[in-house]
Structure formats: structure tokens, C-alpha cells
Design a protein around this ligand. Structure first.
Ligand SMILES: [Ca+2]
Ligand SMILES: [Ca+2]
Length: 199
């Protein structure tokens, strides 16, 4: 019997606006029933996971990363990348948008350039962020302008990462939009063509 592949995009839904303070305890994030998991040390006794929840309210989409294990470098960062037209290129392009929030609270935006590199904007555009930390873990909260994503109610591809350390989807490559995760921004009617399995 053949296995039937199920493609199940991540969905970002509408809700209330959280407070961008670096803490993910806002009730608004309960609107996300399927948080993204970032997994560390998989298959070992030290296995842990961080959770990333999303919600859109008005002109903004919010993302909150909780339970990030603290690394040794303050340059560690959480990263969101969006292939806003779902063109799924083999390497990230100038219209693929990148948002980063470092553990020290510095927010950076950028884009691809047809290579493995990220080109940072001279001035951070379309986002703000805040972080909080304990001795062992940290959290990061981002607010991104929906307009930067080219609007709502569409299918995009998204990479969710803690650099260095973990990324969603599993097996994704940070500079390859074709391997980022299908993501529904709001209500989308879409069709994914798959081989029909008949027994
Ligand atoms: Ca918050
Ligand atoms: Ca694209």
C-alpha cells in the first residue's frame, strides 16, 4: 500500500493584539492552535523544544518565540523569513523578506539577493521586537507590518529559525525558499496537487 502524502500548511489566524514586551503570555496567542516547534538535541536525553505562536491583529502580524535555550553568544537570534509570493525559488531573492531579533533585543530586517547571503536593510523596516530572558532561556516577540508581506489571505512560504540551533520546517535550508514551510496567512482557498492513490 502506498503512503498518501498529507500537506498541511501552517495557518496564521486573526485575533487580538498582544503586547510586544518580550513575554509570550498574552491571551492573544491562544488564537494559534498549532504552534511551530523548534527542536533541540532530538533523539537524546537533552531533547527540548521551543514554541513559536502567531496571531494577526489589524495591520500587524505577531510572533512570539518562548523557551529558547540560551546559547553562549548574545548574537544568537530568532529569524522569520517569508517568500511572500510563494515562488519557492532555489535561493532567497530580493523579494524574500527576512526579520531577525537578536537576544540583546536588536531588531534587523533584510532580504535575499540571489545567493546564500542576507542583505540587511540600512534602517530596520516594518518590524519592532522585544526580548526577555532567564538564566537558562529567553523569549522573543516580533511585530511585523502586514503591508510588508504584501497583504493577507494568501499562501506564502515561511522559515522559522533560532540561529544557530533549530529551524522549522525540519529539513529546511535557511537560504532555500523552496524548502520553507507552506503557510496560510488568514483565509486561503488553495489546492495542492498530489498523486491520487487508488488501492
Ligand atoms: Ca507579549
Ligand atoms: Ca518569492
Amino acid at each position: 500500500m502506498s503512503a498518501l502524502l498529507t500537506v498541511s500548511p501552517k495557518r496564521i489566524t486573526n485575533g487580538a493584539a498582544p503586547v510586544v514586551d518580550g513575554y509570550c503570555d498574552d491571551a492573544a496567542y491562544n488564537a494559534d492552535p498549532h504552534p511551530v516547534s523548534l527542536r533541540y538535541n532530538e533523539g537524546t536525553a537533552a531533547a527540548t523544544a521551543a514554541q513559536v505562536r502567531f496571531v494577526r491583529a489589524g495591520d500587524f502580524v505577531y510572533a512570539c518565540f518562548s523557551g529558547l535555550p540560551r546559547g553562549t553568544s548574545t548574537a544568537e537570534a530568532v529569524v522569520l523569513k517569508f517568500d511572500v509570493n510563494n515562488s519557492a525559488d532555489s535561493v532567497q531573492q530580493p523579494d524574500d523578506l527576512i526579520f531577525m531579533l537578536e537576544r540583546d533585543g536588536r531588531a534587523l530586517s533584510g532580504r535575499g539577493n540571489g545567493s546564500t547571503s542576507t542583505v540587511l536593510d540600512p534602517v530596520t523596516q516594518g518590524m519592532i521586537g522585544a526580548v526577555s530572558a532567564t538564566t537558562t532561556s529567553w523569549s522573543a516577540e516580533m511585530q511585523i507590518e502586514v503591508a510588508r508581506l504584501g497583504g493577507w489571505n494568501k499562501l506564502v512560504r515561511m522559515l522559522v529559525a533560532h540561529d544557530p540551533g533549530a529551524a522549522w520546517p525540519r529539513g529546511s535550508v535557511a537560504h532555500e525558499p523552496g524548502r520553507w514551510g507552506l503557510t496560510m496567512l488568514g483565509e486561503v482557498s488553495y489546492r495542492v496537487n498530489l498523486p491520487l492513490v487508488v488501492r
